[in-house]
Each structure stands twice: as C-alpha cells, then as structure tokens.
Ligand binder design. Structure first.
Ligand SMILES: [Zn+2]
Length: 128
C-alpha cells in the first residue's frame, strides 16, 4: 500500500470517528481508534522507506552531477582529467560510471611496450 492510500484511509477513518463520536457505543470508537492507529503506523513506515529512497537518490544525483562536471579527455584509449596525472579506465566509466585509476602495466612478452591495466575490468591500454 503506498503512502497516499494509507493517508487517505487514515483520513477516512478519522472522518467516521468524528461522525460517530458522542452517539455510539464505546466499542465502535475503540475499533476505529485501533484502525486509525494501524494506518498511521503504515504511514510512518512508508515515510521512513521514502526518506531512505530519497537519500539514495540524492546521493546518486550528486554523483552523476559530479561526473558531468568533470570532462575527461581521451588519451590512447584512457581518460585523463585536468590537473590529474593519473589515467582512468574508459570501460568502467562508460559502463558503470566508476572512475577507476589505472595501474602501470607491461606484458611479460613485450616489456618494452608500456601501458596501463584496469584493476577492476582487467582491460589493458598501451601507449603507441
Ligand atoms: Zn575498467
């Protein structure tokens, strides 16, 4: 049940309670109070879930904003950022929005060819 449905039910119960108060048996009033309490508990739980979801979305939004502000340049298949001498994996950034710093790398059969290797996706990038 979503938060708006719960609030609607709670408001309906409150309206019924207001209508019957004063003229009806106490047992009916107690039942309506119990229903009202239950609906407000649902609202509280759903609001708590929404608060967590909002915090997660704010965090994701901030991360995405930051990634848009930083404009990398492509150099030999890697990303480079202004004022940062490190190289970053294009595959991890383009696929998963992860800024992964590459490690210096050279293949054991051709140690003269220097390059970089991604510690996450294992892609290699060579300077030519
Ligand atoms: Zn990678």
């Amino acid at each position: 049940m979503d938060v708006m449905t719960s609030i609607g039910l709670a408001v309906d119960i409150l309206a019924k309670l207001k209508k019957v108060c004063g003229a009806i048996k106490e047992a009916d009033v107690q039942i309506l109070f119990a229903e009202l309490q239950s609906q407000f508990a649902n609202v509280k739980n759903e609001a708590s879930d929404l608060k967590i979801e909002l915090a997660n979305l704010k965090e994701e939004n901030l991360r995405l904003k930051n990634s848009l502000l930083e404009k990398p340049e492509v150099k030999n298949g890697t990303y480079v950022y202004p004022e940062d001498s490190s190289r970053y994996c294009t595959a991890c950034f383009d696929g998963d929005q992860k800024k992964v710093r590459l490690q210096p790398y050279s293949h054991h059969l051709a140690p003269q060819n220097k390059g970089f290797k991604c510690p996450i996706c294992q892609n290699t990038f060579f300077e030519f």
